[in-house]
Design a binder for this molecule. Sequence first.
Ligand code: FMN
Length: 181
Amino acid sequence: MSIEFAGNKSVITPEGVFIIGTYDENGVPNAMNAAWGMQSDMGEITLMLAKHKTTENFEKTGAFTVAFGTADTVLISDYFGVETGKKVNKIEKAGCHVHKSAHVNAPIIEEYPLTLECRVRSWDTETGYLIGEIVASQADESILTDGKVELRPIIFDPSFNAYRVIGEVVGKAFGDGLKLK
Ligand SMILES: Cc1cc2nc3c(=O)[nH]c(=O)nc-3n(C[C@H](O)[C@H](O)[C@H](O)COP(=O)(O)O)c2cc1C
């Protein structure tokens, strides 16, 4: 038996822990945490954003990076979501190291093992939809197996306001279901 319980409070799980890296007009790096996002086409990511230092930044540079939160980076990932770059240099405060992407005008935060380098494809200030073209990706050697990325990302669980690790393989995509065809 199912019980109606949450009204319109979001219990959509999983949500991502997308860390959006940007530079301001003076080349000062910043990062923010975003849960609402997804792959929206081959080579494309869509994120839903309110107005932040981050949005001011990519409006000027036309670029951003997206890294993925992990258990090792949970503290800095949450920090990037509870402080604004309008007041403080979060990258410095978090003790992070950055270098500029070779492809877009946005920072790669070296503490994260996987980063997408994106050009702004469209940004709608009415809806808050940011669409980015993924022009390149950087992965740490430690998560590459035979050219495949094997990451154990964290997800945001809005029911518990918690971060959870994912990683266990429980099935074969485009495979298990074929048994019922
Ligand atoms: C778990 C978590 C998820 C978040 N998801 C989003 C999101 O999807 N969209 C958004 O606009 N803000 C989101 N935020 C809020 C921003 O990260 C926060 O306002 C941040 O301070 C913005 O940083 P900035 O001003 O330096 O750009 C989230 C924060 C947390 C902690």
